[in-house]
Design a protein around this ligand. Structure first.
Ligand SMILES: [Zn+2]
Length: 153
């Protein structure tokens, strides 16, 4: 008798509009505050939970919605934080942002780190049934960053 091994996966995708800027040790137009229509693709592999799901699509929506119309701020660009946050770019632009208008990213606000932020938020909410999380963040139609997290328990 043949025994079938089961692999289950969900896919979800969405887009969000955000502003960001980078901190770089060389001259670049990316030092300026500018925007992208980011596209995000998520793949999650795992077993079904008691609700018959690998992961709730609505939870993915909630995670990504926080980035939409927010300024993605590299942690190192924060001058002070007290209810609101003051941010300064390397080329001297300053912004004061209120809670809910920004998301702080560890390291630089690159597509790589945004993908890692999203993957981190997913695994923070994940139960033991999740085995693999893959997040792809497209900055434009030509370029994306991808991260894959594996849960080997
Ligand atoms: Zn950019």
């Amino acid at each position: 008798m043949r025994v079938w091994r089961v692999k289950r996966k969900i896919y979800w995708s969405d887009s969000f509009d955000s502003a960001h800027f980078l901190i770089l040790p060389y001259s670049s137009k990316c030092l300026n505050i500018h925007g992208h229509e980011y596209k995000v693709e998520v793949e999650i592999e795992g077993q079904l939970d008691d609700n018959g799901m690998i992961f709730d699509f609505n939870h993915l929506k909630t995670i990504v919605k926080k980035l939409d119309h927010a300024v993605i701020v590299p942690k190192d660009a924060i001058k002070f934080e007290q209810g609101l946050v003051e941010v300064e770019t390397l080329n001297g632009s300053k912004m004061i942002l209120n809670k809910g208008q920004y998301i702080v990213i560890e390291g630089n606000a690159t597509a790589e780190n945004i993908a890692e932020y999203i993957a981190g938020q997913i695994v923070k909410n994940a139960n033991d049934n999740i085995e693999k999380v893959k997040v792809k963040v497209w900055e434009d139609s030509r370029s994306y960053a991808e991260i894959e997290l594996n849960n080997n328990h």
